[in-house]
Design a protein. Sequence first.
Lengths: 143, 112
Amino acid sequence: MTAAPPLRARHLPAVRREDLAGVRAFVAEACRAAGGCPAACEALVLAADEVCANVVLHAYPSAAPGPLTVAVARVGDDLLVTATDAGPPFDPTRLPPVAEPRTLEERSPGGLGWHLVRQVVDAVRYERLAHGNRVTLVRRAGG
Amino acid sequence: MQITTARHAHVTVVAVAGSIDALTADTLTARFGEEVLSGNPRLVADFEGVEYTSSAGLRVLLAAVKAARQQGGDLRLAAVRAPVLRVLELSGFTSILKCYADVPSAVASFLG
């Protein structure tokens, strides 16, 4: 295993919807710098956006936004993107899988984001911290 | 994100440019909703300028196509770029939304 390059992180003390574009740009650049292929970078940008949008929309009241830290690291052949918030407990790995509906009427707007996340990354890990949540997205850096 | 609306005789073309995410999705939902409520349920979404969408864009399209079809119309996509098409395919949306190579084809599909 090669030595991991320095971890890059962006801390947002009060995250809002307006910050999502900046989070995507940060993840894209950090994944490229860590040797991610275009497909890996695209997948992690999308997955990170979904996780961070979920934090913005559900972890904090809209009138009182809270902190979010997004970090990118390379560990061996994998890229890791972590999103750490200070919201109430929420474990996305315990969500039931979304069945693939066949008709328009069966389609519900709920669950689309996590469904996408699970499809584009290799693993989603969750840790409950003393005062928050950490979601880790894992994707092979190449291929 | 920028939205430009062009009304033709039978079809309204809503051209979108930029990124669709949790910030911008509500604006686009409102635009499609206004067209359907104004009696223009035959809609083409020109996505040539859309470089990115998250699931927020999927929710926009889902609400718009449901509303349009309830009013006897449809929402059809035109000129979807590869990264956006991948998101649509991963979510199974290409089986419920008709996609066309360009705007003229999508507009013409309503006339057949």
